[in-house]
Design a protein around this ligand. Structure first.
Ligand SMILES: CC(C)(COP(=O)(O)OP(=O)(O)OC[C@H]1O[C@@H](n2cnc3c(N)ncnc32)[C@H](O)[C@@H]1OP(=O)(O)O)[C@@H](O)C(=O)NCCC(=O)NCCS
Length: 330
């Protein structure tokens, strides 16, 4: 039997983003949840977020973000062997969003599948893509994090209505001559399965007298404590496994869950002052699987991250599930 020979190393070759056109300030959210702009900013950091309109579907946003990533990478869509879409808000049970995206961007029938790892989905996708490239199963892999959380968030739920938002980010992963995606540190804690979840499954919905779209519910306090306490440790393990220290870091790109969680992690890790920290949440909200590529794309665009910089990605969310890795900025 023959085996595939993959690339010595893998790296992120390009990043792309799609942000829905409609900007939604806190003022538009507060009345339905008896809240205030001040409270939301103080508790989460969020000032505005974006909600997709009917034309900005999960697939359309994924395609737009992918085109940007492919362009930056200088990779033709026909060279893409595999498309991975991380999402929890593609509302068709089957087929996957990835097959439509692979077709629309013009791949040559690339392998395509979705993964469900909530806010940790993009970093799971990067880990898979890196191993596919190094294992020889694919040369170029497109990893997309995309959400339309506005579809599955209740506008009257005080614990979530101001947090969740929409958008898409994409990365092209391919061969590299130097190590550019570090070992992943990932895992799950299914004991905390109920902390962030859609409230009911489709059978419960159909059995109810007034069927409504199942929406996200979250025990915010518990999630806050878990993330602030545990994720700095996971981040440190990712640094250790990549053989770098906080002093070697240029950028810290945590999942944009809550600015106070980001602050707690940065403090616990004792990040030096020179490390630039992603704060995309301020005007993008929490876009779950899309948040890390969106935040990284913005740092590159704003000149806060430059090609060759060392960045630490840390993602965590429903499951609970988490994944972290050190990457080189494309
Ligand atoms: C959601 C979150 C901001 C809520 O903040 P909190 O301090 O935990 O809020 P609590 O539920 O303990 O409520 C504290 C007070 O604020 C009030 N409150 C809750 N939601 C509110 C809202 N949307 N607006 C105004 N007041 C609110 C409560 O009534 C309570 O008032 P009281 O002290 O008078 O009883 C916070 O838990 C959080 O950020 N958690 C992490 C969520 C997250 O990042 N999730 C994404 C993971 S992927």
């Amino acid at each position: 039997m023959h085996t595939e020979q993959g690339a010595a190393y893998a790296g992120i070759l390009g990043i792309g983003a799609y942000r829905p056109a409609r900007l939604v300030p806190n003022a538009e959210i507060v009345e339905a949840i008896d809240s205030s702009d001040e409270w939301i900013q103080q508790r989460s950091g969020i000032k505005t977020r974006r909600f997709a309109d009917d034309s900005e579907t999960v697939i359309a946003m994924s395609v737009a973000a992918s085109r940007g990533a492919l362009e930056q990478a200088g990779v033709d869509p026909r060279q893409v062997d595999c498309v991975i879409v991380a999402t929890v808000s593609h509302l068709l049970q089957t087929p996957s969003a990835a097959t439509a995206v692979a077709h629309e961007i013009g791949t040559d029938q690339a392998a395509a599948f979705d993964i469900s790892a909530a806010c940790a989905g993009f970093c799971h996708g990067i880990a898979l893509a890196s191993d596919l490239v190094r294992g020889g199963s694919a040369r170029y892999v497109l990893v997309i994090g995309v959400e339309r959380l506005s579809d599955i968030t209740s506008t009257t739920d005080r614990g979530t209505a101001f947090i969740f938002a929409d958008g898409a980010g994409a990365a092209v992963v391919g061969p590299s001559t130097v190590p550019a995606i570090g070992p992943v540190v990932w895992g799950s804690d299914g004991e905390k399965f109920d902390l962030i979840r859609t409230r009911e499954d489709w059978r419960d919905v159909l059995a109810s007298e007034k069927p409504v779209m199942p929406h996200l519910v979250m025990q915010g306090n518990e999630v806050f404590r878990w993330a602030s306490y545990s994720m700095a440790k996971v981040a440190q393990q990712a640094l250790d496994r990549a053989g770098v220290t906080v002093d070697d870091l240029d950028c810290f790109v945590p999942h944009q869950a809550n600015n106070r969680i980001t602050d707690a992690m940065a403090r616990a890790m004792r990040l030096p002052a020179h490390v630039r920290i992603a704060r995309d949440i301020i005007d993008a909200g929490n876009t779950s699987a899309a948040s890390i590529p969106l935040a990284l794309e913005r740092m590159i665009r704003d000149g806060e991250a430059k090609s060759g910089d060392v960045a630490l990605l840390v993602a965590f969310g429903a499951g609970l599930s988490y994944a972290a890795q050190v990457v080189t900025v494309p």
